[in-house]
Design a protein around this ligand. Structure first.
Ligand code: PAF
Length: 287
């Protein structure tokens, strides 16, 4: 496995793969890797000749400086994990290598067709502009055949699909396929997240109520006369009743449009909860 820190080295490595007719899998990450990332990388290793993993805490997708500063970083540990799984290249650039000063300080413009107006996009203005900025740059540099993303960030995934569909019309990303990978949970049900590292032992216990409530809501949705609005409110009330948890939003939306829906058909519930100072997200599909 090789660790690359510059765009020119990366492009040279990609060129060598293309010349040798090797298929490329890409797993974009912000590091602080856990078993969820490992499952993405394992898939990328199995389904492609060569696997690239980017490890880059992308400053342009953080709208909160403190969150950016506190985001866990441990490239040494990440590299050991990636080597053990069989990744071939890690791309770990500095922000200055990735962006010009102008790019770093302006908002990347993109037509989201409204997908950024709800949930995370509403709460974190500009967040998805930064995500699309970095992901499109990684696609451009790595030219992958397949790129792997976790369903925990469901809205991010919907936006990346939209981005690829739009730009493939212009042939920008060739035949790139986006691979949706299911949420990986601890045995307790807690969705794996790099942010879990910031939870105390007690907070981690408290956070279990989030996934427990989401799973319970699958049953609530089956109760006679259950409506989306009632289930939505019941999830919010149940989580808020737990000391130490505060729901920012729980929206049940259509899985494709991300717009509010009054049917459980093709619906997904997406939640954001503050557990002490740590902002956690999770989701559940109703069918
Ligand atoms: O999901 C993430 O970790 C990030 O948003 C991504 C896709 C690596 C872009 O920085």
């Amino acid at each position: 496995m090789q660790i690359i820190t510059t765009k020119s080295e990366l492009q040279a490595a990609v060129k060598a793969c293309k010349i040798a007719n090797k298929t490329i899998g890409l797993v974009p990450t912000m590091g602080a890797l856990h078993a969820g990332h490992a499952s993405l990388v394992r898939r990328a290793v199995n389904e492609n000749n060569v696997c690239f993993v980017s490890v880059f805490v992308n400053p342009t997708q953080f709208n909160n400086k403190e969150d950016l500063a506190k985001y866990p970083r441990n490239i040494q540990r990440d590299a050991e994990l990636l080597e053990s799984i069989g990744a071939d290249f890690i791309f770990a650039p500095t922000p200055e290598e990735m962006y010009s000063e102008e790019e770093m300080n302006s908002t990347f413009a993109f037509d989201f067709a409204g997908l950024d107006q709800v949930m995370e996009g509403k709460m974190r203005p500009g967040h998805f502009n930064g995500v699309v900025q970095v992901v499109s740059r990684l696609f451009y540099l790595v030219q992958p055949d397949k790129a792997y993303f976790g369903e925990k960030d469901f809205q991010q995934l919907a936006i990346i699909h939209h981005m690829v569909e739009r730009s493939s019309m212009a042939g920008t990303f060739g035949n790139l396929q986006i691979i949706d990978c299911p949420i990986v949970r601890e045995e307790s049900g807690l969705a794996l997240s790099s942010r879990n590292e910031r939870l105390s032992k007690q907070e981690k216990e408290t956070a279990l109520a989030i996934s427990k409530t989401l799973f319970a809501s699958l049953e609530w949705a089956k109760e006679a006369g259950a409506t989306v609005a009632h289930v939505q409110q019941r999830v919010i009330d149940t989580i808020n009743a737990v000391e130490g948890l505060e729901v920012e939003y729980y929206d049940i939306v259509d899985q494709s449009t991300l717009l509010p829906t009054d049917s459980f058909n093709h619906a997904i519930g997406c939640v954001t909860v503050y557990c002490g100072p740590v902002r956690l997200i999770d989701n559940i599909k109703y069918n």
